[in-house]
Design a protein around this ligand. Structure first.
Ligand code: SF4
Length: 240
Protein backbone atom coordinates (compact mmCIF):
# COMPACT_ATOMS: atom_id res chain seq x y z
CA UNK A 1 0.00 0.00 0.00
CA UNK A 2 1.93 3.08 -1.18
CA UNK A 3 -0.68 5.37 0.46
CA UNK A 4 -3.44 4.44 2.94
CA UNK A 5 -6.20 2.58 1.12
CA UNK A 6 -4.39 2.29 -2.22
CA UNK A 7 -3.30 -1.20 -3.21
CA UNK A 8 -0.80 -1.47 -6.02
CA UNK A 9 -0.21 -5.15 -6.56
CA UNK A 10 -0.56 -5.75 -10.29
CA UNK A 11 1.00 -4.14 -13.31
CA UNK A 12 -1.23 -1.54 -14.95
CA UNK A 13 -3.92 -1.27 -12.30
CA UNK A 14 -4.40 -0.14 -8.76
CA UNK A 15 -7.23 -0.57 -6.23
CA UNK A 16 -8.56 2.23 -4.07
CA UNK A 17 -10.58 1.46 -0.94
CA UNK A 18 -12.98 4.36 -1.36
CA UNK A 19 -15.08 3.55 1.72
CA UNK A 20 -15.31 0.86 4.38
CA UNK A 21 -19.11 1.10 4.38
CA UNK A 22 -21.53 -1.17 2.59
CA UNK A 23 -25.30 -1.34 2.28
CA UNK A 24 -25.46 -4.93 3.51
CA UNK A 25 -23.59 -7.40 5.69
CA UNK A 26 -23.01 -10.57 3.71
CA UNK A 27 -22.30 -13.29 6.27
CA UNK A 28 -19.26 -14.55 4.34
CA UNK A 29 -17.66 -11.10 3.90
CA UNK A 30 -14.10 -10.57 5.18
CA UNK A 31 -14.95 -6.89 5.75
CA UNK A 32 -15.56 -7.25 9.49
CA UNK A 33 -11.94 -8.39 9.91
CA UNK A 34 -10.44 -5.59 7.80
CA UNK A 35 -9.08 -2.46 9.51
CA UNK A 36 -10.88 0.08 7.33
CA UNK A 37 -10.48 2.87 9.89
CA UNK A 38 -6.78 2.95 8.98
CA UNK A 39 -7.61 3.72 5.37
CA UNK A 40 -9.93 6.67 5.65
CA UNK A 41 -10.33 8.38 2.31
CA UNK A 42 -9.96 11.92 3.73
CA UNK A 43 -8.98 14.68 1.31
CA UNK A 44 -5.34 14.76 2.46
CA UNK A 45 -5.09 11.00 1.98
CA UNK A 46 -6.72 11.39 -1.42
CA UNK A 47 -4.15 14.05 -2.37
CA UNK A 48 -1.29 11.65 -1.56
CA UNK A 49 -3.01 8.93 -3.53
CA UNK A 50 -3.52 11.18 -6.55
CA UNK A 51 0.16 12.21 -6.50
CA UNK A 52 1.24 8.55 -6.31
CA UNK A 53 -1.01 7.67 -9.23
CA UNK A 54 0.29 10.66 -11.21
CA UNK A 55 3.87 9.51 -10.77
CA UNK A 56 3.14 5.94 -11.86
CA UNK A 57 2.45 6.26 -15.53
CA UNK A 58 2.09 2.50 -16.01
CA UNK A 59 -1.23 2.53 -14.11
CA UNK A 60 -4.04 2.69 -16.66
CA UNK A 61 -6.91 1.35 -14.59
CA UNK A 62 -8.17 2.44 -11.18
CA UNK A 63 -10.47 0.10 -9.29
CA UNK A 64 -12.85 1.56 -6.72
CA UNK A 65 -13.59 -0.99 -4.05
CA UNK A 66 -14.60 -1.02 -0.40
CA UNK A 67 -16.93 -1.76 1.33
CA UNK A 68 -19.03 -0.67 -1.58
CA UNK A 69 -17.96 2.49 -3.47
CA UNK A 70 -21.54 3.18 -4.56
CA UNK A 71 -22.52 3.98 -0.96
CA UNK A 72 -20.71 7.27 -1.61
CA UNK A 73 -23.31 9.75 -2.77
CA UNK A 74 -23.12 11.20 -6.28
CA UNK A 75 -21.38 14.36 -5.03
CA UNK A 76 -18.56 12.53 -3.27
CA UNK A 77 -18.20 9.98 -6.03
CA UNK A 78 -18.19 12.78 -8.61
CA UNK A 79 -15.46 14.66 -6.72
CA UNK A 80 -13.32 11.54 -6.56
CA UNK A 81 -13.81 10.80 -10.26
CA UNK A 82 -12.99 14.40 -11.16
CA UNK A 83 -9.69 14.13 -9.27
CA UNK A 84 -8.87 10.83 -10.96
CA UNK A 85 -9.66 12.31 -14.36
CA UNK A 86 -6.75 14.74 -13.93
CA UNK A 87 -4.35 11.79 -14.27
CA UNK A 88 -3.79 11.55 -18.02
CA UNK A 89 -2.61 7.93 -18.17
CA UNK A 90 -5.69 6.58 -16.35
CA UNK A 91 -8.07 5.21 -18.96
CA UNK A 92 -10.39 2.81 -17.16
CA UNK A 93 -12.50 3.23 -14.05
CA UNK A 94 -13.61 -0.05 -12.54
CA UNK A 95 -16.21 -0.11 -9.78
CA UNK A 96 -16.92 -3.18 -7.64
CA UNK A 97 -20.45 -3.04 -6.27
CA UNK A 98 -23.28 -5.19 -5.00
CA UNK A 99 -25.69 -2.26 -4.86
CA UNK A 100 -27.37 -2.89 -8.24
CA UNK A 101 -29.09 -5.88 -6.58
CA UNK A 102 -29.22 -4.99 -2.88
CA UNK A 103 -30.15 -1.32 -3.30
CA UNK A 104 -31.22 -0.99 -6.96
CA UNK A 105 -32.56 2.53 -6.49
CA UNK A 106 -28.94 3.65 -5.99
CA UNK A 107 -28.67 3.37 -9.78
CA UNK A 108 -30.36 6.75 -10.17
CA UNK A 109 -30.28 9.27 -13.00
CA UNK A 110 -27.52 11.30 -11.28
CA UNK A 111 -25.25 8.28 -11.10
CA UNK A 112 -25.97 7.28 -14.69
CA UNK A 113 -25.14 10.81 -15.86
CA UNK A 114 -21.93 10.85 -13.81
CA UNK A 115 -20.75 7.56 -15.26
CA UNK A 116 -21.81 8.52 -18.76
CA UNK A 117 -20.06 11.88 -18.70
CA UNK A 118 -16.68 10.78 -17.36
CA UNK A 119 -13.91 10.47 -19.92
CA UNK A 120 -13.13 6.99 -18.49
CA UNK A 121 -14.24 3.71 -19.94
CA UNK A 122 -16.32 2.47 -17.01
CA UNK A 123 -16.48 -1.18 -15.98
CA UNK A 124 -18.90 -2.16 -13.23
CA UNK A 125 -18.26 -5.51 -11.60
CA UNK A 126 -21.44 -6.60 -9.85
CA UNK A 127 -21.60 -9.20 -7.09
CA UNK A 128 -24.59 -11.46 -7.70
CA UNK A 129 -24.76 -15.01 -6.40
CA UNK A 130 -28.16 -16.25 -7.50
CA UNK A 131 -30.60 -15.64 -10.35
CA UNK A 132 -33.29 -14.74 -7.80
CA UNK A 133 -31.34 -11.58 -7.02
CA UNK A 134 -32.04 -10.33 -10.54
CA UNK A 135 -35.76 -9.60 -10.65
CA UNK A 136 -37.37 -7.12 -13.05
CA UNK A 137 -36.30 -3.98 -11.15
CA UNK A 138 -32.68 -5.09 -10.82
CA UNK A 139 -32.58 -6.18 -14.47
CA UNK A 140 -33.94 -2.82 -15.58
CA UNK A 141 -31.23 -1.02 -13.59
CA UNK A 142 -28.55 -3.16 -15.23
CA UNK A 143 -30.03 -2.42 -18.65
CA UNK A 144 -29.85 1.30 -17.86
CA UNK A 145 -26.18 0.94 -16.92
CA UNK A 146 -25.55 -0.92 -20.16
CA UNK A 147 -27.35 1.76 -22.15
CA UNK A 148 -25.12 4.35 -20.48
CA UNK A 149 -22.12 2.61 -22.08
CA UNK A 150 -20.89 0.81 -18.97
CA UNK A 151 -19.36 -2.64 -19.34
CA UNK A 152 -20.93 -5.05 -16.87
CA UNK A 153 -19.19 -8.10 -15.43
CA UNK A 154 -20.17 -10.24 -12.46
CA UNK A 155 -18.44 -12.09 -9.68
CA UNK A 156 -20.17 -14.64 -7.47
CA UNK A 157 -19.21 -16.63 -4.44
CA UNK A 158 -19.88 -20.37 -4.50
CA UNK A 159 -22.03 -20.94 -1.41
CA UNK A 160 -23.22 -24.23 0.01
CA UNK A 161 -27.00 -24.37 0.13
CA UNK A 162 -27.34 -21.25 -2.05
CA UNK A 163 -25.85 -21.83 -5.50
CA UNK A 164 -23.85 -25.05 -5.20
CA UNK A 165 -25.68 -26.91 -7.94
CA UNK A 166 -25.33 -26.81 -11.71
CA UNK A 167 -28.94 -25.73 -12.35
CA UNK A 168 -28.55 -22.66 -10.13
CA UNK A 169 -25.22 -21.64 -11.67
CA UNK A 170 -26.49 -22.10 -15.24
CA UNK A 171 -29.63 -20.12 -14.48
CA UNK A 172 -27.50 -17.38 -12.93
CA UNK A 173 -25.25 -17.10 -16.01
CA UNK A 174 -28.29 -16.94 -18.31
CA UNK A 175 -30.08 -14.35 -16.16
CA UNK A 176 -26.90 -12.27 -16.02
CA UNK A 177 -26.61 -12.39 -19.80
CA UNK A 178 -30.25 -11.32 -20.17
CA UNK A 179 -29.32 -8.36 -17.95
CA UNK A 180 -26.30 -7.48 -20.19
CA UNK A 181 -23.79 -8.77 -17.63
CA UNK A 182 -21.06 -11.29 -18.43
CA UNK A 183 -19.97 -13.80 -15.77
CA UNK A 184 -16.40 -13.04 -14.71
CA UNK A 185 -15.37 -14.92 -11.53
CA UNK A 186 -16.87 -17.68 -9.42
CA UNK A 187 -14.99 -17.47 -6.12
CA UNK A 188 -14.40 -20.18 -3.60
CA UNK A 189 -15.34 -18.94 -0.14
CA UNK A 190 -12.68 -16.97 1.75
CA UNK A 191 -11.93 -18.57 5.13
CA UNK A 192 -14.03 -16.13 7.16
CA UNK A 193 -14.79 -16.88 10.80
CA UNK A 194 -18.39 -17.95 11.32
CA UNK A 195 -19.09 -18.59 7.63
CA UNK A 196 -17.52 -21.97 6.98
CA UNK A 197 -20.93 -23.66 6.79
CA UNK A 198 -21.10 -22.01 3.33
CA UNK A 199 -17.87 -23.69 2.19
CA UNK A 200 -17.96 -26.01 -0.82
CA UNK A 201 -15.06 -28.48 -1.15
CA UNK A 202 -12.66 -28.16 -4.06
CA UNK A 203 -13.70 -31.55 -5.43
CA UNK A 204 -17.37 -30.65 -5.40
CA UNK A 205 -16.60 -27.27 -6.96
CA UNK A 206 -14.61 -28.89 -9.76
CA UNK A 207 -17.31 -31.47 -10.46
CA UNK A 208 -19.89 -28.70 -10.60
CA UNK A 209 -17.68 -26.59 -12.81
CA UNK A 210 -17.14 -29.37 -15.32
CA UNK A 211 -20.89 -29.89 -15.44
CA UNK A 212 -21.66 -26.27 -16.22
CA UNK A 213 -18.78 -26.17 -18.71
CA UNK A 214 -20.64 -28.81 -20.75
CA UNK A 215 -23.83 -26.79 -20.81
CA UNK A 216 -22.80 -23.17 -21.21
CA UNK A 217 -21.06 -21.34 -24.04
CA UNK A 218 -17.56 -20.18 -23.08
CA UNK A 219 -18.62 -16.54 -22.75
CA UNK A 220 -21.11 -17.46 -20.01
CA UNK A 221 -18.61 -19.48 -18.00
CA UNK A 222 -17.06 -17.60 -15.05
CA UNK A 223 -13.50 -18.47 -14.00
CA UNK A 224 -13.47 -20.61 -10.88
CA UNK A 225 -10.90 -19.05 -8.56
CA UNK A 226 -9.65 -18.96 -5.03
CA UNK A 227 -7.70 -16.37 -3.07
CA UNK A 228 -4.81 -18.20 -1.43
CA UNK A 229 -2.88 -16.41 1.32
CA UNK A 230 0.61 -15.51 0.15
CA UNK A 231 -0.19 -15.84 -3.59
CA UNK A 232 0.07 -12.65 -5.57
CA UNK A 233 -3.09 -13.20 -7.58
CA UNK A 234 -6.22 -15.33 -7.65
CA UNK A 235 -5.57 -19.00 -8.37
CA UNK A 236 -7.68 -20.74 -10.98
CA UNK A 237 -8.97 -23.88 -9.31
CA UNK A 238 -8.22 -26.24 -12.18
CA UNK A 239 -4.55 -25.37 -11.68
CA UNK A 240 -4.50 -26.60 -8.07
S1 SF4 B 1 -21.55 -6.58 -0.65
FE1 SF4 B 1 -19.35 -7.05 -0.69
S2 SF4 B 1 -18.43 -5.57 0.75
FE2 SF4 B 1 -20.64 -5.60 1.15
S3 SF4 B 1 -20.91 -7.09 2.81
FE3 SF4 B 1 -21.24 -8.18 0.87
S4 SF4 B 1 -19.24 -9.05 0.32
FE4 SF4 B 1 -18.90 -7.48 1.91
Amino acid sequence: MPTPGLLHKYHGRSLLVSTGACAVHCRYCFRRHYPYQQFSCSSSVQDDTISYLKQNTSIEEIILSGGDPLVLDNNRLGQLITKLETIPHLQTLRIHSRLPVVLPDRINSGLLTLLQQTRFQVVLVTHINHANELQQLEQNKCLQLHQAGIILLNQSVLLKGVNDNAAALIKLSKRLFASKILPYYLHMLDPVKGAMHFAVSKNTALTLYHEIEQKLPGYLLPKLVQEIAGKKSKTAIFHI
